[in-house]
Design a protein around this ligand. Sequence first.
Ligand code: ZN
Length: 165
Amino acid sequence: MDPSQGGGDLIGFGGGQGPILFGGGTLTGAINRLKTFSTKNINCIKDLMAVGLTSSQIQLDANTVSMVNALAKPGALRAMEPNADFAIVETEMVPTIAYNSNNFWQTSFGDLLGTLVHEYAHLANPGSSSGTDQGLIGALGITGATNSSAISQKLGKDCFSGAKP
Ligand SMILES: [Zn+2]
């Protein structure tokens, strides 16, 4: 569901063991940040409206979505596209996001926060064409996107520019 460039400017990854570093931040740290998310940035507010998200929904997702390390769960890994960084696991009873840290491309904490909001946008539009990567790219008015990381990058830039862990 979430093809994006693998490799690239990787700062660090944990492979399921150590901390996952993005400009000094961790995946857990990013989720914790979103548990209290709010914004007054008009570009961010426009983006969230376009993809059907609110600040309170982001907080709820950060508090409740089950995060699965695909490198430790072969079934989840098989369900992901080979080059995906994060993907919704649609077969789970509770909202679930799998991640493969071997494919993390994010080089900043803002990129990572934007990526999580990108995944939450998928959860906010279940079973709808507006919830596909192409749907989100269109809703956000992104032109020239070559893969779905453009969604994460736009949300990161508009909502989390300069965010520090
Ligand atoms: Zn996506």
